[in-house]
Write a new protein. Structure first.
Length: 214
């Protein structure tokens, strides 16, 4: 009768036993006999609750898919002689992308005689990398690609972490707005309560005997 290397339900090694004995042990333990390494010699089988095993694996797969984040590469194009205002605008977009956990491909586009001045693009990329170093790092160093020069920035934070931070910030803002609304409601309630009391006091004063007041 063929033999198998049997592993117990807790991962312990039972040893090499006949297939019949392995099936008997599985039946006695009210478990399934599952072949986990058919290419081994002899094949490896394990005693387990196969239904539970499949369920747990499906749960793990779902969790992995839920936590999986697709790598997104944004692109930002600059000219080597970009003016200060446009630079700040472009940098702002790069900052936003990195905060969202996305990679950013920075492309410096050279035209005409600019192609003979690659150092202009290199210095611009260095400057940008330094300006956003708190949020990202140089994943791919500047390199010439035809008429362009390219650099890739990677975010310090993972996409999932960035999403969690954005969600937490939204919840915090929502809680702050709720507190403000509660304070406004309390102020309106206090104002409505105070007004009738003032009217009553004014009316009581009018009904007092003038001679007594004197």
């Amino acid at each position: 009768m063929p033999e198998v290397r049997l592993v117990g339900p807790n991962g312990e090694t039972v040893g090499i036993v006949s297939t019949g004995d392995a099936l008997r042990l599985a039946q006695e333990a009210d478990l399934d006999l599952v072949e986990v390494a058919p290419q081994a010699r002899p094949p490896v089988c394990k005693l387990m609750d196969y239904g539970k095993f499949k369920y747990e694996n499906a749960q793990k797969a779902r969790e992995a898919r839920r936590n999986q984040t697709n790598t997104v590469i944004k692109e930002m194009k600059l000219r080597p002689k970009i003016d200060a205002h446009d630079y700040e605008t472009k940098k702002g977009h790069v900052v936003r992308f990195l905060r969202q956990g996305d990679k950013v491909k920075i492309t410096i586009m050279f035209r005409g005689r600019e192609q003979h001045r690659p150092e202009l693009g290199f210095r611009l990329l260095q400057r940008l990398a330094e300006d956003v170093q708190e949020l990202g790092f140089v994943e791919s160093a500047p390199k010439q690609d035809g008429r362009n020069m390219i650099m890739v920035l990677g975010p310090h934070k993972k996409k999932s972490e960035a999403k969690a931070e954005v969600k937490a910030a939204k919840q915090e803002r929502a809680a702050a707005r709720e507190v403000e609304r509660a304070e406004e409601r309390a102020e309106r309630t206090a104002a409505h309560t105070e007004l009738p009391a003032q009217k009553k006091e004014h009316k009581r004063s009018e009904n007092l005997d003038p001679e007594i007041e004197a």
